[in-house]
Write a new protein. Sequence first.
Lengths: 526, 195
Amino acid sequence: MEEVDNIIIHTLKQIGCDLPDSIDSLKKFSTELVVAATVQCLRVIKDKFDISPNLPPGMSAKFRVGTALANACLELGYQGEIGYQTFLYSSETEIRRLLLFLIEKLPRDSAERTDEALGTSALMQRAIATEISRQLKTTWSAPYCKAKGICWRGTKPKLWHREGVIGTRAYHSCSLSVPYGVGDLTKKLHKELKQYYMKELAVITNQPPHKADLPASVLESNATSVTAAQEWENEWNSSGLGSGLSEQDYRLRKQQRLKKKITDQLRQGIQKSEATVAAAATTDLMQTLNTFTDKSASKTKGSRFMHAEKLQFTEDDAKTAVQMGIGEGAPKLDTEEDLQQKREKEVECLREALQGLTSQIEAMEIDMRKYTANTQQMEELILVMDRSVSDKENSYKVMKRTLDLLPDADANIAKLQSVVDSSAQRLVSLANQWEKHRAPLIEQYRQLKELNEGKVSESQKKLEEIKSFREKMKIVADETRSKEDLHKQLISEYERMTKGVNRSAYTRRILEIVSNIKKQKDDIDK
Amino acid sequence: MELSVEALGGLQLCGDSAHVSDKAFIVLVRRVCDNLLKDSTDTSVLDDEGLSNVDRAVLKLCFASLVTLVLEAAKHDSDASTISTILEDCKFTADRIDILNKIFISKKPEIQALLSNIGHTPPHIVDVDWRLDFYLKNNHVDKVNEPVYMVTLKTEEGGQEETKDVQFACSMEQLQDLVGKLKDACKNLEKASQL
């Protein structure tokens, strides 16, 4: 029965039982382990099964747990004898039967699901692990034996790993340009462009300034192009298709929008900067003006002072010339004060005169305004008068005609009547004609409208269809990709699978069962 | 592995025998791998005699797209079947696909090694010199009697041929700590290898 035990233990470990490595047969299962294994199995089989895998310490609690487990097993359709004693006072054969039953009841796809969940990251980790173990096994070699820090091992397949960093270079890329659209004969290339492609453009290997930057540049330009295409695809799917524009129109419109945004921003920026500049300019102006005024003030002051000085000196000179010995300070002060007073007086006079003049001017202006307002009023009055005159003339004419017609009243009334009748008839006929024209036109209009609506709804339907198709396309592509990945992963998994122990155990068991059946058959046949 | 529209367009041109003859194709693919792997840029593709009858602009485009294909394929570690599906989409004939795969697969390890050069790595220790000094005493203490290890690590740095020295002195405990850390690292590496 060892193989069976092996299978049971293996399966239990697979579904997440924490079995110590020392246990290799069911004989060594303790009560706790039995309960834990059963609970784990039941949890996998039933989604909502909440009994703790740890056996409680109290006897009554243990009993309760055992009964619950037994009931759960019976619910699953276990045929043999089962009760709390099966778990608490376990016998090897009973436990084996029970666990075998439970393992058979395990959902089949749970194992597969765990495989799927492994995914690419697990594959990656495995690859890393194998690579590390391979590198650990290689012998050490001196740095000068390696070509730019890379060890080469074997010829076929050629294996390498990096040991050392001599050859490395930081990621640095530059933009590459390739001739675009040369193969398409339907589109005519610009002559100069073609010439440039033919003669001047360097091959991409020569384009980066350093040869070592070539791979980085190539990879980056490819990646940028791919992501740009993806972004465009997303945008086109999300907002482009709904707009009902063609691809080019959509691009054009987007371009215009962007341009407008940019110009707006620029304009705002310019306005802002202008405002600040203007403010600065005005302050500058003020400052310069201030400096000017200061200067002029100081100048005038200076000049005044100098003037005064001059005067003083001349007077001094004169005085010293005329009479020596008289105190020099007194006359000097007098003259200055006098001058000051005079000047003030003069200023006062002038100011008064100025005020008088300005008030006069103001009065004149007010008068002028009054007069202009008057003229306007008058003009309006004239217009009104004219109008009333013409009205009166008209009414007079009408009156005159009616008065003229009065003598022969009956005949005139009849005439008028006939005129009125004829005009009424004309009106009716015109209305009829209009109706005739109108009816078909309205009919046509309605038809066209319906047609248009139909077209719009149809195009919307088509758009919806296109969208759904695109989504489907994407989904299918994703699916195929994931399926392919899964396929690859499963193949590698299959190759990695240890086909030894487990499989041989199963086959042996199968063979045993077959031989048992044969024996039984033989016995029956006897 | 995804290629840009430009690269795919170039590959389509490359697969078209009207633009690139069979002979020229073989030469071109060889040149792509050689140009990537060799440092010297003295011989340009444009001067190759085998490619003289190919239109210059077409040649430049084909060359660029083949370089992109080869580098991307090496980056993704693509096998022959993946490349075949891409090339079939670009209307390559079976012969040409075989030729390209043969040349590429033989050169793939070298190209991957080339790609592994890209990157920034911390200095790499390649050698160590050490000296054990015994510290007897100083002017304050008459008896110190401690060992002092003078360690010089030789390190390599990216893009430099000469090794650099990293010098430090440490006590016995510190050195033991360092050795313990290194052993831990080794153990972790082994653990990582047994996944």
